[in-house]
Design a protein around this ligand. Structure first.
Ligand code: NDP
Length: 333
């Protein structure tokens, strides 16, 4: 389709993920394109405008953002801000009449997710979460193997995700008010997702503990968290997240064999094994597939596979993990 038939996306928050992944992916998409930007940094407005040929009328800041309602070039607002800002900008975008993609984790807690879902529903706009791995072939294979019980019933899951934080000690990721938490919010969400989509069921209870070695850097947020999710039928999923360990795997044990991915959750280089041998799927541009799929869903009026409800399910688990760390007890999700 010609450019005029593609949906226009405005990225909100021009940080690492917007600049490093989403804007480049939007050069490859077929159903949508980078039509606008929303930024609090005037120098980025200039450089992005030149680099991506974005007209001045499609450039907004956080104050005048609501006037995007009057801009027919923008169909979708993509919220790529610190987590504490997800709720506000998702709701403002919906109220401006735009469909919304919101980055993970969806919000500070499940209560905020419910407000976001309600606001989009009220505005009759679609909401999706930036869960790129739902479009990634190896992860899709995990869903198939587990949910369709290709190797029999799943009996247990083991997963971890984390990286060694070497960034700015003053960054929003380490501030509780902006990030809500640390490695669990940022990285653990992938492991929780992975457990849920490998099984196709929702966990009922969780027991969790926290470990902290660097009390200075991780003063406000969790460093390493361990949890055990209890799914229906007594199936256990062990998980861990960290800002101080390089982890990234998803392993599933089923009655007739084990299958898994490592690395499991990155932008590329994902590898997997099953009893049938090494998985042999293409590495794709996950972000391009994700955004094209959402645009197609809007154009064809079909539900997205990663709606706000999917983000909220993970937030309920995260909320319960934090409750369990605080209480020292097994908590209902
Ligand atoms: P960055 O810190 O790199 O960028 C965040 C941007 O938000 C800033 O550059 C800034 O943009 C804007 N911003 C507005 N207010 C603030 C504030 N008070 N403090 C800091 N930044 C502010 O973050 P990321 O791009 O890494 O992450 C953004 C979101 O994307 C998060 O939700 C994160 O979890 C998610 N993410 C998802 C990934 C995925 O694979 N799905 C990968 C990486 C991140 P400006 O200057 O334009 O105003």
């Amino acid at each position: 389709p010609g450019k005029d038939k593609r949906l226009g996306i405005a990225l909100v928050g021009l940080g690492g993920y917007s600049g490093g992944q989403l804007a480049p992916a939007l050069q490859e998409t077929k159903n949508c394109y980078l039509a606008g930007i929303v930024t609090g940094t005037p120098s980025k407005a200039d450089s992005w405008s030149k680099k991506y040929n974005i007209p001045g009328k499609n450039i907004y800041n956080y104050n005048n953002f609501d006037s995007i309602a009057d801009n027919p070039d923008i169909d979708i607002v993509y919220v790529v801000l610190p987590i504490s800002m997800h709720k506000e900008f998702t709701i403002r975008a919906a109220q401006a009449g735009k469909h919304v993609i919101c980055e993970k984790p969806m919000a500070l807690n499940a209560g905020e997710c419910a407000e976001m879902i309600a606001a989009c529903k009220k505005a009759n706009r679609m909401l999706s979460i930036g869960y790129r791995l739902h479009f990634e072939p190896h992860n899709i294979e995990m869903m198939r193997l587990g949910q369709k019980e290709i190797y029999g019933k799943v009996t247990s899951i083991d997963t971890g995700n984390g990286f060694t934080y070497r960034g700015d000690p003053n960054a929003w990721r380490l501030k509780k008010a902006l990030a809500g938490g640390g490695g669990l919010m940022d990285m653990g969400v992938y492991s929780i997702q992975g457990s849920r989509y490998s099984l196709g069921k929702e966990p009922l209870f969780v027991k969790a503990t926290e470990e902290k070695t660097n009390h200075e850097l991780f003063r406000e947020v969790d460093e390493t968290v361990f949890w055990e999710l209890e799914f229906p039928g007594g199936i256990l999923a062990k998980g861990k997240s960290s800002y101080n360990n390089n982890w990234g795997y998803l392993k599933v044990k089923a009655e007739k064999g084990t299958f898994g991915l490592e690395p499991a959750f990155g932008y590329g280089g994902i590898r997997g094994n099953s009893p049938a041998g090494e998985m042999n799927f293409p590495q794709i541009n996950q972000q391009a597939f994700q955004m094209d799929d959402f645009a197609r869903c809007i154009l064809q009026k079909k539900p997205t596979r990663v709606p706000g409800e999917e983000g909220m399910r993970d937030m309920k688990v995260i909320d319960a993990i934090y409750r369990s760390i605080a209480s020292g007890k097994r908590e209902r999700i």
